[in-house]
Design a protein around this ligand. Structure first.
Ligand code: FAD
Ligand code: NA
Length: 389
């Protein structure tokens, strides 16, 4: 097929650009995708044993306050009225998260009013008053006081980073929200829900146009297949959503990421934990949380005698691992600046998405940034011959 534009990666960023190019501009779009399926990290599949929808690359909750993004995504899927809530297990007792008046009163076995709780936390946070926090521990204590910090934040964060919080920089957290009411809705966005027919149906609907051709199992850096970097760059406009450092063959160093290992278990019971996400706040439990995906869709007719759960283990990503969360160390930030300069000079290539820009993006942010890139770069390129990058 004759491609007007080639898109590397079929996550939300790449699919949004592809959909706009095909439907708005009538272009022939080729998407190449290294994995055997489309959708990037939002992809989900049906668990064969239980029929439950599994988020293969980690639990994905859709939420946004961006009106344009909300209207756009509703062209491809409807959403359930799911509202995300998270609980945490500390020393064998379950508390609501994020820290709210319910958490505080349960933790201190009290019935504090909002003002009483506020005064108590302010007093406890004053322990290190006047000192500049040198590490994550001191920072946490200065934000919410030692008791709550040590119970709910310290060891959970330590597990996420596989590092004692004494040795983590204070900059990892800038604020720790405490709600002085009983609201434990996790997100406070205008719109929230899960795609009624699942993520993959949504992702497929975006690509449902004869002008879009997708080649899965195809790596942009594999010169034995025709849709590769050497063959294409400079000849056809490219939107690249793979890892930024890989594009330049790691010339400025490797950008570092955290990854997650998932341990999946099937259980002969209808309900393991009564909710979709249970965090484990203590150091003795090696995993950070357990996901039970059946609870993302209480409206579905799932079996009442079996369920599936995933334990999550967080660690630093090695070369072969899925990159999930940018670490953003000082070295990373310096290398990123050099890569950005190179990307700006790479004629005919638009870098986008979470891997292509080395930043954590929620789905609504990836889609919103793709809609902007389409307006500001892609459309002007095809309509007026402006550079695409
Ligand atoms: P991706 O989805 O990563 O897509 C990039 C694609 O490029 C991938 O399919 C990849 O295989 C492909 N690719 C890479 N290199 C090549 C190559 N050389 N050749 C061909 N193809 C290549 N967002 C939310 O809004 N809510 C959540 O609850 C949420 N939870 C998350 C949980 C986890 C564990 C993670 C990691 C992310 C979560 N996100 C969540 C973020 C969400 O996954 C991203 O917003 C979204 O994936 C971004 O889309 P993207 O297109 O930028 O990148
Ligand atoms: Na998530």
């Amino acid at each position: 097929m004759n491609a007007d534009i080639v898109i590397v990666g079929s996550g939300f960023f790449g699919l949004t650009i592809a959909e706009r190019c095909a439907n708005e501009l009538g272009l022939n779009v080729v998407i190449i995708e290294r994995r055997s399926h489309i959708g990037g990290n939002a992809y989900s599949e049906t668990d064969l044993e239980t029929g439950i929808e599994i988020h293969k690359y980690g639990a994905h909750l859709f939420h946004t306050s961006n009106q344009r993004v909300w209207e756009y995504v509703n062209r491809f899927t409807s959403f359930t009225n799911y509202q995300h809530k998270v609980y945490t297990n500390h020393k064998g007792v379950v508390y609501p998260m994020p820290i709210n008046l319910g958490t505080i009163n349960q933790f201190f076995s009290a019935a504090y009013t909002p003002n009483e709780a506020r005064a108590l936390i302010a007093e406890q946070a004053g322990e290190l008053a006047g000192k500049d926090p040198e590490n994550l521990n001191d920072k946490g204590i200065s934000l919410i006081g030692r008791p709550l910090y040590e119970a709910f934040i310290k060891n959970y964060t330590g597990k996420q980073w596989q590092t004692d919080p004494k040795n983590l920089p204070a900059s990892i957290i800038s604020r720790l929200p405490v709600r002085y009411n009983y609201d434990n809705r996790y997100f406070s966005d205008t719109y929230e829900g899960l795609p009624t027919k699942g993520y993959t149906a949504w992702l497929e609907a975006m690509a449902d146009n004869p002008k879009i051709t997708i080649h899965t199992d195809t790596d942009f850096f594999d010169t034995t297949q025709p849709w590769n970097q050497e063959a294409l760059v400079g000849k056809v406009p490219v939107v690249y959503t793979g890892p930024l450092d890989r594009y330049f063959n790691y010339s400025e160093g490797k950008l570092s990421w955290r990854t997650i290992d998932f341990e999946t278990e099937h259980l002969e019971m209808g309900d393991f934990q009564g909710t979709s996400v249970m965090n484990y706040a203590d150091a003795e439990v090696p995993y950070t949380r357990i996901i039970e995906p059946r609870h993302f869709h209480p409206e579905r007719d799932y079996p009442s005698d079996k369920t599936v759960i995933m334990r999550e283990f967080s660690r630093f990503a090695e070369a072969e691992d899925e990159p999930y969360y940018p670490i953003n160390s000082n070295e990373d930030r310096e290398a990123l600046l050099r890569y950005r300069e190179k990307a700006a000079q790479e004629n005919g290539v638009l870098f986008g998405g979470r891997l292509g820009t080395y930043q954590y993006l929620d789905m609504h942010m990836a889609i919103g940034s793709a809609l902007s890139a389409f307006d500001n770069k892609v459309r002007p390129h095809f309509e007026n011959g402006a550079p695409i990058n």
